[in-house]
Each structure stands twice: as structure tokens, then as C-alpha cells.
Design a protein around this ligand. Structure first.
Ligand SMILES: *Cc1c(COP(=O)(O)O)cnc(C)c1O
Length: 394
């Protein structure tokens, strides 16, 4: 894990007379004037720097993309209008009819939907496999497999993918890794064999639940160019204002991440002792099914997410959510915000599955996922205890 954090380095290139602003400027212009047709030629042919039209790129997107690329340790990446736009740029921008893709069976819900519903429609075949078992995933590879898509840590069971085992077996197949949960603070997938890295910047990187953005980068410049071309053609590109907010959020990213992670680790032990709690999942705990892999792969970083289960079914879950919400811990389907949020997978992210399908993943009506933010740990523990007591009484 590099101690140098080039993604956060100033300066900004704008000057005003003999002074320069210390905060990043925002440039909302949709279009850019060129001096001559020759100048435009030079720009399009890469002999001169410049912008032409905001869908094709603008200074705020370029600045944000460069910062995230530096954090992930790659040269080429683009910002997109959402995390799903980044997933689309990787899958739909690089795959064609006749290709086969292997995805983790625990991917983010919309990513799974893209695999199951959108890719088959354009002639791409899809297999799903368990990314915690590299052998099982490798067994799904075919001669026409072009890409593997996994997430480093899954939602909501926080299972840790066998990234290195999969990379070792990928053999010429593009390995795309959604690093949203772990972030470059815990893991830099390019250092472990990934070809493509994806982020929902909406989550921990931007970090304030006020900008919807994605990022996708590639080790190979040609792949990055293909994804960029696809994103520009389909209009997957991002607004300057959102990029500006995210760049501002990045300034505090490491502080936020470290604080949230430390609180999550402490809370995971507190939650275990609360009334009615039947199970706690946190990758830093010895009883986590992938605890050893997490310790090795994530270099002692275990994320800001804690998943737990309470007894008593839906009635208890309702009581828990109501009481925790009243105590200041809202149930809201996001993660990585400065404010902590609870999610209830059975009624949100995993509502499309049957109860049996959820049970196979380990999700019950009593399963909650907590995204830990920046509040005082004591206040969060208090809100969770209020929830647990209400659930036990329900
Ligand atoms: C939220 C999320 C996405 C999608 O990101 P959006 O910004 O909401 O489009 C993709 N992957 C993971 C792991 C996510 O958590």
C-alpha cells in the first residue's frame, strides 16, 4: 500500500493574474470555442490539449478521473454519470455478440441485472459463479470467455473474492474488478492482476450522498479508449457539478475511510452482544468465513460495512428499523456516505430474489447491512441498541 497519495495532490492549473485559487474551479460550459479549423484538427488528432463539447469531456471530469486513476495506480480512466454507467462501459463497451462473460453470483443487484437481462439481449452469453472459490469460477470459463466481472467485497454478506486465485486462472480473459466497497485505501486491484477497475464514485470516494458518478479505468490504454468512446457515444458522461463535488469529497476521503472503518470494527463487536442479534459479519472478525483472505488481501483494512442478523422475522426488522431511525440512523439504500445508513436487503437490494434464493446467500428477514459513517461511535451504538431492544420486544 503506497503511502504517497498522488490522487490528493494539488495544485490546480488555473491562475488569476499573479495569484492562483486553492479550491478547484468549476467549469459548466457545454461547448468550447476553437480558434481555427487547424487548431481543432490538432486537438482531435491529439497534438494539442483542449475540449470541444462537454459530453466528450470537460475539465472537471478530467481532473476527477486523473485523481482516481492516480489513487488506483493506472494511467487511463474515465468518469461516468453513475457507477452503473461505468459497469456498462466495461461490459457493453468491450463485449460483442458471441462473447461469453463470467460474473460473480453475488454482484451488486443492477450489475447482475445487466448480466442476466441486457447482455443476452445483444448476444453475449453469461455464466455466474462463486467468486470466493477461484476453482469454481475458473470452471465456468469457456474458449469464448472474454471477461470476468467480480467485486472485491460482496453486498450484503461481505464475502471477499479470491482475487489473486481468479487472476492466476484468468489466462487471457479480461478481469474486471468493481472496487467500490474496498476502495484503493484497502486494495488496488491492478496490483493483483485486474485489467479493469470500476467504481461507484457515488459511494465512499465522493462520500456525501450528493453526487451520482462512476469511474472505470484500464491498465491497457487501448481498452480505456474503447470504453471512453462507448461512454461518449452513449452519453454516459458526467456533469461538471457532480465531478466538482466528488473532487471536493476526495480531499477528505482517506480521513473519512479510516474513521468509518475504525468505528465499524468497534461496532461489530458491540453489535454481537446486543439483544436478539444472532449473527455479525465483518471481514476483520475471526469468525468471518473469508477472514484469513481478508487479512491477507486487504492488508489489515476491512471496510466500513457491518452486516448483522436479528431474530424475529419481518416484525422484528420493522421494529428495529423504526427505532434505529428515530434514534438518528436512517434506513436508506446507499453506502459510503458521511452519515451512517442501514439497509434491509430482503426489502431492497435483494427483493427480486425468492426467500429460498436469499436464504442460499445467507440473507433472512432479519438481515441488516450497516454502512458506517462519521458519527460518534457511542451515538451509533446507542441507535443500534435502541433498534435491537425494540426488535426483541416486538
Ligand atoms: C452502488 C454500486 C454500484 C452502482 O453505482 P451507482 O453510482 O449507484 O450507479 C455498482 N457497484 C457497487 C458495488 C455498488 O455498491
Amino acid at each position: 500500500m503506497a503511502e504517497q497519495r498522488p490522487g490528493l495532490m494539488r495544485p490546480f492549473p488555473v491562475t488569476t493574474g499573479v495569484s492562483a485559487p486553492v479550491a478547484a474551479p468549476i467549469q459548466p460550459s457545454v461547448v468550447y470555442a476553437a480558434q481555427t479549423p487547424d487548431a481543432l484538427d490538432a486537438q482531435y488528432e491529439g497534438r494539442a490539449e483542449g475540449h470541444t463539447y462537454a459530453r466528450e469531456g470537460h475539465p472537471n471530469a478530467a481532473a476527477l478521473a486523473a485523481r482516481i486513476a492516480a489513487m488506483e495506480g493506472c494511467d487511463a480512466g474515465i468518469v461516468t454519470g453513475s457507477g452503473m454507467a461505468a459497469v456498462a462501459a466495461a461490459l457493453m463497451g468491450l463485449l460483442k455478440a458471441g462473447d461469453h462473460v463470467v460474473g460473480s453470483d453475488q454482484l451488486y443487484g443492477r450489475s447482475l441485472r445487466m448480466l442476466r437481462e441486457e447482455l443476452p439481449r445483444i448476444g453475449v452469453e453469461v455464466s455466474l459463479a462463486d467468486a470466493t472459490r477461484a476453482e469454481a469460477l475458473a470452471a465456468a470459463l469457456r474458449p469464448e470467455t472474454r471477461m470476468i466481472l467480480i467485486e472485491t467485497v460482496s453486498n450484503p454478506m461481505l464475502r471477499v473474492a479470491d482475487l489473486e486465485g481468479i487472476a492466476a486462472r484468468a489466462r487471457g480473459v479480461l478481469l474486471a474488478v468493481d472496487n467500490t466497497f474496498t476502495t484503493p485505501r484497502a486494495l488496488r486491484p491492478f496490483e493483483h492482476g485486474a485489467d479493469i477497475v470500476i467504481h461507484s464514485v457515488t459511494k465512499l470516494l465522493a462520500g456525501h450522498a450528493d453526487a451520482t458518478l462512476g469511474w472505470v479505468g484500464a491498465r491497457d490504454a487501448g481498452l480505456a479508449e474503447r470504453m471512453e468512446s462507448f461512454a461518449v457515444t452513449l452519453g454516459l458522461t458526467a456533469s461538471p457539478f457532480d465531478c466538482w463535488l466528488a473532487e471536493r469529497g476526495l480531499l477528505t476521503f482517506e480521513l473519512r475511510y479510516d474513521r468509518a472503518e475504525a468505528t465499524a470494527a468497534a461496532l461489530s463487536d458491540r453489535i454481537e452482544g446486543m439483544p436478539g442479534v444472532t449473527r455479525v459479519l465483518y471481514p476483520g472478525r475471526a469468525d468471518h468465513p473469508d477472514g484469513l483472505r481478508a487479512a491477507a488481501l486487504l492488508a489489515g483494512r476491512f471496510c466500513n460495512m457491518v452486516t448483522f442478523e436479528i431474530a424475529g422475522g419481518r416484525a422484528a426488522a420493522n421494529a428495529f428499523a423504526r427505532a434505529a431511525g428515530d434514534a438518528g440512523l436512517p434506513m436508506a439504500p446507499t453506502l459510503g456516505d458521511a452519515g451512517s445508513t442501514l439497509s434491509h436487503p430482503a426489502s431492497s437490494s435483494h427483493r427480486g430474489l425468492t426467500p429460498e434464493g436469499r436464504a442460499a446467500l445467507g440473507i433472512s428477514e432479519g438481515t441488516f447491512r450497516l454502512s458506517v459513517g462519521l458519527e460518534a461511535p457511542e451515538a451509533l451504538a446507542g441507535a443500534l441498541l435502541r433498534g435491537a431492544e425494540a426488535a426483541a420486544a416486538a
